[in-house]
Design a protein around this ligand. Sequence first.
Ligand code: FAD
Ligand code: NAD
Length: 477
Amino acid sequence: PEPQVPRDPSKKTLVILGTGWGSVSLLKKLDTENYNVVVISPRNYFLFTPLLPSCTTGLIEHRSIMEPIRSICRSKKGPVTFYEAEASSVDVNHKIVKIRDNSDIRGVTTETEVPYDMLVVGVGAENATFGIPGVRENSCFLKEIGDAQQIRKKIMDCVETAAFKDQPEAEIDRLLHMVVVGGGPTGVEFAGELRDFFEDDIRKLIPDIADRFRVTLIEALPNVLPSFSKQLIEYTESTFKEEEITIHTKTMVKKVTDKTVEAEASKPDGTKERIVFPYGLLVWATGNTLRPLVRDMMASIPAQKDSRRGLAVNEYLVVQGARDIWAVGDCAVAGYAPTAQVASQEGTFLARLFNNMAKTAELEDRIQTLSSSLNLKPGVDSASVSREIEDTERKLQRIKDIKPFHYSHQGSLAYIGSEKAVADVSWFNGNVASGGTMTYYFWRSAYLSMVFSTRNRLLVLNDWFKSKLFGRDISRE
Ligand code: FAD
Ligand code: NAD
């Protein structure tokens, strides 16, 4: 099929895959007048993931942390084309992306091709299940808006079913047992939000079953939040004890059925114990794995054969072994953790790089025009033209001296329930670790300042006030 990209032939076509932290940070800072910019993603909005756990209980309404990509595109100086589609494959040799409309409503054309001169891959990652039987069929994940909505619905379904007339005792206990697998920040934050929901709202509204509610967090490693400092790990574990969230560390989930989680716990004497946890809701938060698109790209580029966790990039975020392809965020391996902080700094770096590349091309053209006027046109003031050439060359040199990408870690923050948070923050070249209610206010203000737009900020503030005043809305949609 004919390419549908409305392109200015004098400019290069820059195709950006994804509308997450990496791609949107790039788009935000990119001078879109320099390129034919095409954004492709199955999600027509940016999602502020740090507040996603709060959507699972209705503390924050999901639309408050979504920003439509169309309004981001409209705010740019140069035009940006957006296609709501999934990139299904990339032909790195012919520089073509194949895209597919996977949404519920499809037109006559559902698949087509988009050619590129430059490609940025920012497609993020998928949920890891490590092939453990039953996980995909029976658990909820917590990565996208749909996941948070599903969890919110399921929590209330479990509660209402537990409150059903003549429900046997053992069934009430099962339904009100919420199991979280994975003690990374996602699992910990979700467990904290869940406990708050029960204490703040369910206990008041459905007191007869409230004492039966339990949250269990299962983690394979010896402690939760492995990336935080030791004192914050201890603080989190003791706060969870107060909140009556049971933590099972050194416990590896091996199998999941529709009503039970089967795990193997390592005991201090080195022996293993099999534990079966009956559950009503299971949330699986064991980190990331590669998206099929990224796996296929890695297989088609020989230089990527030793990379396991994503597209290996160099210090300028260029995909190694590929021509004119860059990668950002969770799908790129640049030696940093898969976080929003890293993805957004990488996106901003690429915007600067591409803005500079466009300026470089412009200055090189100018030098060429000036040099030819010097040689060909009689009567030009050759001294002044030579001076201008020298000035332009100096400017060009300055622009060409782009430093490689350097990640600057601002710190890690996590909410742990009961209006407490933990923070490992870089402060004047040192590290400050703090946990508690003050840190919670810091956590709230930091994220409030970081949400995408003023509109999002007002919506989030409004949700917080609304929940404080009237409680969370427990209606099951
Ligand atoms: P994403 O933000 O996941 O975006 C990927 C984009 O690619 C999406 O728009 C997706 O729809 C699109 N896409 C997928 N497949 C295709 C395809 N085939 N073609 C085209 N587009 C595609 N990090 C922090 O630093 N701080 C936090 O507090 C924090 N909290 C988090 C809380 C939760 C619940 C979760 C799940 C993550 C959190 N993270 C946090 C991690 C952070 O969200 C990720 O590291 C970040 O989203 C990675 O950005 P990305 O751009 O690589 O991917
Ligand atoms: P993660 O990779 O940080 O943690 C997953 C945990 O699951 C690991 O501790 C692992 O040991 C455990 N696990 C794996 N398999 C298991 C099994 N079979 N049984 C029991 N436990 C098992 O994953 P995440 O929490 O989803 O975070 C993903 C990324 O997003 C990380 O880089 C994280 O830093 C970032 N993130 C940050 C924040 C924040 O800063 N507040 C919040 C959420 C996510």
